[in-house]
Design a protein around this ligand. Structure first.
Ligand code: SF4
Ligand code: SF4
Length: 185
């Protein structure tokens, strides 16, 4: 378990948006505000296909299911999942939040770059993500909780950070900088 200098277990903030499909009426306000908030000049343009949340509609059951954009995956699924709810079979990929080569969902419409929900990270931070603020039916609710960090998770994050620095500056330059910093200590 990772500890801080005082010997206490380290914690990190986990942000969660809970979805209550029974309260969603398909107004798509969440899609509209997400795409507007993430447009290049903030709120300047509004193309809901840029939204990091998409509301899936099933006309037979008359229900709406908001789905959030998650990680990009370069691989297409080896198998496809089908969901059966109340006896109704839902199409393959219906509730998947991944941006992948199989479909156009969760891709920037011009560049085709993948989109991912970033919880509306801003400086100064928002009190709640925009889609939650705009969901007047309270189908989306925001929660924050603290989780203790495992050492393995911390090391993984460190490795990811180092890999991105290597990509940017090259391994040699990174090693030289670390060696220089170590000498100063
Ligand atoms: S804003 Fe809320 S009610 Fe409207 S579509 Fe989005 S999740 Fe559903
Ligand atoms: S949390 Fe922010 S980025 Fe994520 S879907 Fe909602 S509005 Fe879009």
């Amino acid at each position: 378990m990772a500890m801080n200098e005082k010997g206490e277990k380290k914690k990190r903030k986990v942000k969660v948006i809970k979805i209550d499909v029974n309260k969603c009426n398909g107004c798509r306000a969440c899609e509209v505000i997400c795409s507007a908030f993430h447009s290049q000049t903030k709120y300047g343009t509004n193309n809901p296909s840029r939204s990091r949340i998409q509301v899936y509609f099933d006309p037979l059951k008359n229900i709406y299911v908001p789905v959030y954009a998650s990680e990009y995956t370069p691989a297409e699924c080896a198998g496809r999942n089908k969901y059966i709810m109340d006896g109704k079979e839902y199409i393959e990929c219906a509730f998947c939040g991944a941006s992948c080569p199989s479909r156009d969902l969760f891709k920037e419409p011009d560049s085709k770059l993948p989109l991912k929900c970033d919880m509306c990270e801003e400086e100064p931070p928002l009190q709640e993500p925009m889609c939650v603020q705009w969901c007047l039916n309270k189908a989306l609710t925001y929660e924050e909780r603290e989780e203790e960090i495992e050492e393995e998770t911390e090391l993984k994050e460190l490795e990811t950070g180092l890999e991105s620095l290597i990509d940017r500056y090259g391994r040699q330059k990174l090693m030289e900088t670390l060696a220089r910093m170590a000498q100063k200590e």
